[in-house]
Ligand binder design. Structure first.
Ligand SMILES: [Zn+2]
Length: 149
């Protein structure tokens, strides 16, 4: 599949950082990075200790890869205790800004999620195909990827 939506140099650079941290580049890592960026943008901050993130995801691979993407893009980590994780069948991330109480929920679009799930859970998917899926997710318009409220 080709896409006309381009990937910004900023996103490319953060994805490289995320892949290096995580060990590989896959679509759910990209979803984590992009959900983090959307959340930061919506709560109106870049990075900083006023943000707390709650991630609801299925806690198994490949879905849990999202958590590393979120940690890289938001600096809210398990270690600094600004990331909490909940096991869930759906994927949804809450961003809460301490101080003004501003709260944003970014949920992965259900039909995108089920399409990706069926593509990824195919057997014999090569590393190259997984990376291709990752770039496809990276180039998807964010309104197609997420529903944010
Ligand atoms: Zn992964």
């Amino acid at each position: 599949m080709t896409s006309t939506h381009s990937i910004s140099p900023e996103l490319t650079s953060i994805l490289e950082k995320a892949a290096d941290f995580h060990g590989h580049l896959g679509p759910f890592l990209v979803i984590g990075v992009r959900a983090g960026l959307v959340g930061l943008n919506r709560v109106g901050i870049t990075k900083g200790d006023t943000l707390v993130v709650t991630a609801s995801v299925p806690i198994r691979i490949p879905f849990s890869c999202i958590l590393d993407g979120l940690q890289i893009s938001t600096n809210c980590t398990i270690g600094n205790q600004r990331l909490s994780v909940r096991n869930s069948d759906e994927i949804q991330v809450t961003f809460e800004r301490k101080g003004n109480g501003r709260k944003v929920v970014v949920a992965l679009n259900r039909s995108t999620f089920s399409k990706l799930k069926s593509q990824l859970l195919q057997e014999n998917l090569s590393d190259r195909e997984v990376r291709e899926l990752a770039w496809k997710v990276a180039s998807m318009p964010k309104d197609m990827l997420f529903i944010s409220t």
